[in-house]
Design a protein around this ligand. Structure first.
Ligand SMILES: Nc1ncnc2c1ncn2[C@@H]1O[C@H](COP(=O)(O)OP(=O)(O)OP(=O)(O)O)[C@@H](O)[C@H]1O
Length: 328
């Protein structure tokens, strides 16, 4: 279990983590999401005692990391792909770690089997693929049989089989009652792996909620509207505060708060997608202007769309919207 309360980290004038409070509970996989530079790695380093908070606290199993009597038995971590001595075998790497923490050789054998490295355990790490290195990193994190796991981008660079393997492993470890905190940029993957979410932006907490609730909340404000006077209605809805896309729009489209001019031929000219206004309000605006509606359908969004919606203002770096029509 991890409990952060008022966690803050400043680097000079830069606030990397800002008054962050959250809980990572046992028995579930908690996804840790945020745009680049949001403060995820800094938060994870503070959990593991690698960085000292400017203020606030973060406790693992009720204690500061530095006060844990046998830290490896409480928390295992995979941070950025750690440099493993290239001349050392996977087995030797794990044995050295085990010795440092008073962990048995039997446990080394167990984790080698658990992560599927038996076939290459006596091979030198210099020849390891990224996927094998990730497996070895996870084996290291699991050595002390910890009740809490903190994994920073564990599926980075893995092939689909490796991604699936990590997903099943994490869900299995959570089902055993462990607390799992995992960051990832792959939203589709997170939607399949995590049941809880902590979302941060510019160092601050944006949401702590279940994946289902997060998606449901965002879905309420994505509405597909079909109307013969769609573009006129679109302009009225923009005036009422919505963002309106013309035709059928795909996830991840960058928009600028206006009706998109049709640089690309729109799929359906009488259809608009409205973001940011609930369907009753859209119906009222249409009715007030005598506009007939043929369809008004709230749409279930993907986790990625929900994430983009909620973090758009919190992204440290955002791409400039593409100019409609381009330079063709
Ligand atoms: N040692 C440091 N000195 C100064 N600034 C830092 C330091 N470490 C991180 N930062 C800044 O703090 C902010 C948060 O960085 P952090 O690496 O924690 O974000 P992140 O969410 O992990 O990002 P990413 O997804 O890109 O890995 C960034 O603006 C970063 O530039």
């Amino acid at each position: 279990m991890i409990e952060a309360r008022g966690l803050t980290k400043r680097y000079g004038g830069k606030v990397a983590v800002d008054d962050l409070s959250f809980t990572v509970r046992p028995g579930v996989v908690t996804g840790f999401l945020g745009p680049n530079g949001a403060g995820k790695s800094t938060t994870m380093r503070m959990i593991l005692g690698l960085d000292r908070p400017t203020s606030g606290t973060v406790l693992v199993d009720g204690r500061h990391y530095r006060d844990l009597p046998a830290p490896a038995r409480h928390v295992g971590a995979l941070l950025e792909s750690r440099a493993i001595h290239p001349g050392r075998t996977a087995e030797n790497h794990l044995l050295t770690l085990a010795r440092t923490h008073g962990i048995s050789r039997r446990r080394v054998d167990q984790v080698i089997d658990l992560v599927g490295l038996r076939g290459v355990a006596r091979k030198r790490a210099r020849g390891f693929s990224l996927g094998m290195n990730q497996r070895l990193g996870i084996a290291s994190a699991l050595l002390g049989d910890p009740s809490t796991l903190v994994l920073d981008e564990p599926v980075n660079g893995l092939d689909p089989e490796g991604i699936r393997w990590i997903r099943d492993l994490l869900r299995g470890l959570a089902a055993e009652g462990r607390s799992i905190m995992v960051s990832s940029h792959l939203m589709s993957e997170m939607a399949l792996t995590a049941t809880e979410l902590i979302v941060i932006g510019r160092g601050r907490l944006i949401a702590q909620t279940s994946v289902d609730e997060f998606v449901r909340a965002a879905s309420g404000t994505h509405v597909r509207v079909r109307a013969p006077r769609a573009s006129e209605l679109g302009a009225l809805l923009v005036h009422a505060g919505a963002t309106v896309h013309a035709g059928t729009v795909h996830a991840g489209t960058v928009h600028a708060g206006t009706v998109q001019s049709a640089g690309e031929p729109a799929g359906e000219p009488d259809v608009i997608e409205v973001v940011g206004l609930p369907s009753p309000r859209i119906g009222e605006v249409a009715s007030a202007h005598g506009i007939t509606l043929h369809e008004l359908t709230p749409r279930l969004v993907s986790l990625e769309e929900a994430f983009m919606d909620i973090t758009r203002d919190a992204a440290e770096f955002t791409a400039a919207p593409a100019l409609a029509g381009g330079n063709r």
